[in-house]
Design a protein around this ligand. Structure first.
Ligand SMILES: *[C@@H]1O[C@H](CO)[C@@H](O)[C@H](O)[C@H]1NC(C)=O
Ligand SMILES: *[C@@H]1O[C@H](CO)[C@@H](O)[C@H](O)[C@H]1NC(C)=O
Ligand SMILES: *[C@@H]1O[C@H](CO)[C@@H](O)[C@H](O)[C@H]1NC(C)=O
Ligand SMILES: *[C@@H]1O[C@H](CO)[C@@H](O)[C@H](O)[C@H]1NC(C)=O
Ligand SMILES: *[C@@H]1O[C@H](CO)[C@@H](O)[C@H](O)[C@H]1NC(C)=O
Ligand SMILES: *[C@@H]1O[C@H](CO)[C@@H](O)[C@H](O)[C@H]1NC(C)=O
Ligand SMILES: *[C@@H]1O[C@H](CO)[C@@H](O)[C@H](O)[C@H]1NC(C)=O
Ligand SMILES: *[C@@H]1O[C@H](CO)[C@@H](O)[C@H](O)[C@H]1NC(C)=O
Ligand SMILES: *[C@@H]1O[C@H](CO)[C@@H](O)[C@H](O)[C@H]1NC(C)=O
Length: 718
């Protein structure tokens, strides 16, 4: 679902604390909490020294076979519910590489496009149809296939709307508030919204809450740096600039309230499962996505009407198109939008592959989603699917040499992620007891490659092993040199691991108290990288081969990283977890929280939380000392005790019930922001209580957050 671009330096926005930008076209987000110990030094020892097993794994990665897997996936229909063939292929590949592999079916609610159209009518009565589809490109054959998926929003409401329209910026609550305070009448209007900053479903939700009757969400080239047609750069397929007609599809589920099949909240979507009402987590007003070429006449028709962008004075209000970005409405200029969807409960298929470990009590899960909005999807997510297939092959090279993994390995190829993390959420709901008993971590790879710049988001106890592993991988041709992945990472991120919010399949694991990590590589147009067509029919194999990763070398490096990291988590006698670092990060999040409280000018006693963090820090030190002792004595009984503590401590963070108004999200330390959807907010119960001015909630969650942290501290007590 997501793509990543991490921009350094980061602008700060009071409460949102993700170091990494979750959406490609979003440049103006967000980081209040800087990681306490970023990795800054350049790597000293080079080239890396690897063990025999590591060498076998690394050498098994072959760019040519990754290219083959990418080409396969890049030519299949994989829209959720229609991707059975690619599921079977994936299962068979994994079985060929020695995994026990099977299809895992759920019956989930999805919606498909039937009729979408948009037209503009001027006061003189002239009506012009707006092109909302992406033309076929002769150079890129999959874009012209008759089974191509048209543009639409998953889970959008069916409906027709004919009304004047208002440009509402990026459609955040702050944008709508600003227009309301200026006296712009939003009631009964169609909202024209720019992509960026927050998850699209929340844009539609905000439009609905402010009285709009429909929403049109457009791509703006303002995130494309100088890699634009306006700047003389040729557009895809002739060059690296964005194709003017490319459209970002995507789900409009209210993701920050509930991911997963909205008809089965909290339980798996088996065939006969009871079905719940979905009206509080899906929009009531229709919406459609359009391209920047399509929006231009719509924006220009508002020029000189309503308020100017200077009067509105909101962050990122003005885009890069030749228009004034006035609010409107323009009297008598109307849009007529039609959005007819067909909803149905239909089978989807995860693929689950596994190899049992010698220790049945500990399990590592590695997952990628397989479903796409289009036939391609060679960036999102099948760059990750190709990597995972190659990783299965790499593990087979080890098992052929007699390797028996210490811990269970589960591979997952999720379906229906795009609609709202559906396949992974249903699977976690079905297996939650076994996962609670045995899961040591979940590793996610969604968009493995959409550009050359790597990022890693992770829960803090994984930072140390994640950083050590970065030093073991050669990163090809970064700025013209072969350097270490570590150096490419510090160059891209300033050495910071991001905080997990949402936007991909780690979400359900994290909120059931399982350590998690997400890795990938994206492009940065400000540094001249080619524009990737996120959620567009132009995210294709042809684009990847020509512009994204010619030679599939970045794919191979990402796979080597994921494999080496997995190998440590599977095979290290003591789990390579750094709990003192979790304590350090908690203290950083606490500082951020105090800054928020002080800047909001409210009285909030957070000493209970501070005391809990102190207790956790002490216990983290004690369990580290126990680990040292267990290793020194080579005491297998004691090592087991330490491993179980490391495996389980996060379960404490999810012990306090759901966050306010969103039962699914239980982690007291991190969650997707209620009004951002992707980006993380730390101490979400407290921070959002303060942010939305409800001190009753904030006080309640100071206590609950402290209790969750104490519960975690209790689990690691020696
Ligand atoms: C009606 O107005 C639109 C927008 O100003 C203009 O493009 C179009 O040519 C006009 N049509 C006629 C018939 O005057
Ligand atoms: C909207 O208009 C389309 C096209 O005229 C029509 O097929 C559809 O039934 C209408 N939908 C609703 C919900 O009124
Ligand atoms: C774009 O190019 C202009 C002129 O060469 C330069 O001043 C500016 O910094 C560039 N912007 C970006 C985002 O690369
Ligand atoms: C625009 O908003 C900023 C920040 O809210 C404020 O500092 C500035 O004075 C405003 N500018 C105008 C012209 O109102
Ligand atoms: C809006 O467009 C739909 C679909 O093209 C059409 O059926 C309907 O008559 C139009 N409504 C208005 C008010 O123009
Ligand atoms: C793997 O372990 C599970 C659970 O312990 C067991 O049910 C299953 O039969 C084992 N599978 C294989 C292939 O050994
Ligand atoms: C990077 O390494 C690859 C093979 O690993 C080699 O073909 C290439 O020439 C190297 N590039 C540079 C700039 O050293
Ligand atoms: C620790 O003990 C295990 C058997 O209990 C043995 O296989 C291993 O080699 C020992 N490790 C060290 C470092 O002595
Ligand atoms: C604060 O939240 C509580 C619990 O949801 C609610 O009962 C109360 O009305 C809210 N108070 C305000 C001022 O919004």
């Amino acid at each position: 679902m997501h793509s990543h671009l991490r921009i350094v330096p980061l602008l700060s926005l009071a409460t949102v604390t993700s170091a990494c930008v979750k959406e490609f076209d979003q440049l103006n987000v967000n980081q209040a909490h800087a990681q306490t110990n970023p990795l800054l030094a350049r790597q000293a020892e080079w080239p890396p020294v690897l063990t025999d097993k590591e060498t076998t794994l690394v050498n098994s990665f072959d760019s040519n076979s990754i290219d083959d897997w990418a080409e396969y996936y890049g030519h299949q229909v994989k829209l959720a519910g229609l991707g059975h063939e690619a599921a079977v292929w994936t299962r068979d590949k994994w079985a060929e590489y020695g995994f026990k592999a099977e299809l895992n079916e759920y019956h989930v609610y999805l919606s498909y496009p039937r009729h979408q159209s948009l037209s503009i009518t001027f006061p003189n009565g002239t009506t012009n149809e707006i092109n909302i589809q992406e033309p076929a490109l002769p150079e890129d054959e999959v874009t012209g296939r008759p089974d191509s998926v048209p543009t639409f929003h998953g889970y959008s409401a069916s409906g027709n709307a004919s009304a004047e329209y208002v440009y509402v910026g990026r459609g955040t609550q702050a944008d709508f508030n600003r227009l309301e305070s200026l006296g712009v009448d939003l009631n009964g209007k169609i909202a024209l919204i720019k992509y960026g900053s927050i998850f699209r479903g929340l844009k539609v939700k905000n439009a609905q809450n402010y009285g709009c009757i429909a929403a049109v969400i457009f791509t703006d080239p303002d995130a494309d740096g100088n890699v634009t047609v306006a700047n003389g750069v040729a557009a895809y397929p002739n060059g690296p600039a964005r194709h003017p007609d490319s459209v970002q599809k995507g789900s409009v589920l209210f993701l920050s309230t509930y991911p997963g099949d909205p008809t089965t909240p909290g339980y798996p979507s088996t065939k006969d499962a009871p079905r719940a009402d979905i009206s509080h987590v899906t929009p009531k007003i229709p919406s459609i996505p359009i391209s920047y070429a399509a929006v231009l006449p719509l924006l220009q028709s508002l020029d000189g009407h309503g308020f100017t962008s200077e009067q509105i004075n909101r962050t990122a209000w003005k885009g890069a198109l030749p228009a004034q970005y006035s609010s409107g409405p323009a009297p008598g200029v109307k849009l007529n939008l039609s959005n007819l969807m067909r909803g149905k409960i239909t089978p989807v298929h995860n693929v689950i592959g596994y190899i049992n470990g010698t220790n049945p009590d500990e399990t590592l899960i590695i997952g990628n989603h397989r479903d796409t909005w289009m036939i391609g999807g060679t960036g999102d997510p099948n760059s990750g699917s190709a990597v995972l297939t190659e990783l299965a092959k790499a593990f087979s090279k080890l098992t052929q040499k007699g390797w028996k993994p210490r811990r269970n390995i589960v591979f997952a190829s999720w379906d229906a992620e795009e609609y709202g993390l559906v396949g992974s959420t249903e699977w976690v709901e079905e297996h939650v007891n076994w996962l609670t008993e045995t899961a040591v971590a979940y590793l996610n790879i969604d968009v493995a490659v959409s550009g050359p710049r790597p990022y890693v988001d992770a829960t803090p106890e994984l930072h140390t092993v994640a950083g050590e592993t970065l030093k073991k991988v050669v990163y090809p041709n970064f700025g013209g040199y072969n350097i270490s992945l570590f150096d490419a990472f510090t160059d891209t991120t300033g050495g910071e691991f991001g905080v997990l919010g949402s936007g991909s399949d780690f979400t359900s694991f994290l909120h059931r108290g399982i350590s998690a990590l997400d890795v990938g590589a994206g492009g940065n147009p400000a540094k001249g990288d080619a524009i990737w067509h996120y959620h567009s029919n132009y995210d294709t194999y042809h684009w990847m081969k020509e512009f994204g990763d010619p030679g599939f070398k970045v794919h191979a490096a990402m796979g080597q990283y994921l494999g080496l990291l997995a190998l440590r988590l599977i095979d290290d006698e003591v789990l390579p977890f750094d709990l003192p670092n979790y304590a350090t990060e908690l203290k950083g999040y606490y500082k951020t929280l105090r800054e928020l409280v002080d800047s909001a000018g409210v009285e909030l006693d957070t000493r209970e939380l501070q005391a809990a963090i102190d207790t956790f820090e002490r216990r983290a030190g004690e369990v580290k000392a126990l680990e040292t002792l267990a290793k020194a004595r080579n005491d297998t009984g004691l090592i087991k005790v330490v491993n179980y503590k490391y495996r389980d401590f996060q379960r404490g963070f999810v012990s306090q019930g759901g966050l306010p108004g969103r039962e699914f999200y239980r982690h007291v330390v991190t969650a997707p922001g209620l009004d951002t959807g992707y980006a993380a907010i730390t101490f979400p119960g407290v921070s959002e209580g303060v942010q939305y001015g409800n001190l009753t909630i904030a006080r309640d969650w100071v206590s609950k957050t402290a209790k969750g942290i104490l519960r975690a501290a209790d689990i690691i007590k020696t």
